[in-house]
Write a protein that binds this ligand. Structure first.
Ligand SMILES: O=P(O)(O)OP(=O)(O)OP(=O)(O)OC[C@H]1O[C@@H](n2cnc3c(O)ncnc32)[C@H](O)[C@@H]1O
Length: 175
């Protein structure tokens, strides 16, 4: 499969997301910041996926000549059974006719982070910046990097989500 055969439009200028697409496709995406249409801090899987889809469809429309629009969205989701919040990283891929969703690693985050987000109305990146002493952690290793001491970085997780979302456009098994 030649993932570099397509021209990709990416609905953000976020550095971690851009390098995820570069790693997954071996190409340089055309980047444009577009609205997700959901809250800045999605608090469910449904909302996170919806934000990814909105970004993919909008950027596909706004960047002429692109073959596939990509929307990458981070969000939180609560597992009621195990009483644990998870960070998820989702990619939507849209070619004007078909839509596929790829979901990256789901990672348990300290419940106190999600509780602060709800009580203080802050975003996850604010808390991760505070804990790590970094600025713009969401453009770098992100929460994954902080929690795993850089064994997993945000771009790695989104890379897998991108690969999952674009594989159906290329693999013969989906025909
Ligand atoms: O510039 P855009 O593309 O909007 O990227 P973003 O990081 O600001 O926004 P997302 O919609 O992907 O994520 C929703 C919120 O969750 C935060 N977030 C998600 N994953 C994160 C991570 O791994 N580390 C730190 N913050 C994260 C993010 O910064 C936002 O505040």
């Amino acid at each position: 499969m030649d993932f570099s055969a397509f021209r990709y439009a990416l609905g953000t200028t976020n550095n971690a997301k851009k390098s995820a697409v570069q790693m997954a496709t071996g190409t340089e995406p055309a980047c444009l910041s577009v609205p997700s249409g959901v809250f800045d801090q999605p608090m469910s899987e449904e909302e996170t996926v919806e934000g990814a889809i909105n970004r993919a469809k909008t950027v596909y429309k706004l960047i002429p000549g692109s073959d596939i629009g990509l929307g990458l969205e981070g969000g939180l989701t609560y597992d009621l059974q195990h009483k644990q919040w998870y960070l998820i990283s989702v990619c939507a891929a849209w070619n004007g006719a078909e839509l596929y969703i790829g979901k990256g690693l789901s990672f348990p985050i300290p419940n106190q982070a999600a509780e602060r987000i709800q009580q203080e109305n802050v975003e996850l990146s604010t808390i991760i910046d505070e804990w790590s002493g970094m600025t713009n952690s969401n453009h770098q290793g992100g929460a994954y990097g902080l929690l795993t001491e850089n064994r997993i970085r945000r771009a790695d997780v989104f890379r897998d989500a991108v690969l999952a979302a674009i594989t159906p456009f290329l693999s013969p098994y989906y025909k």
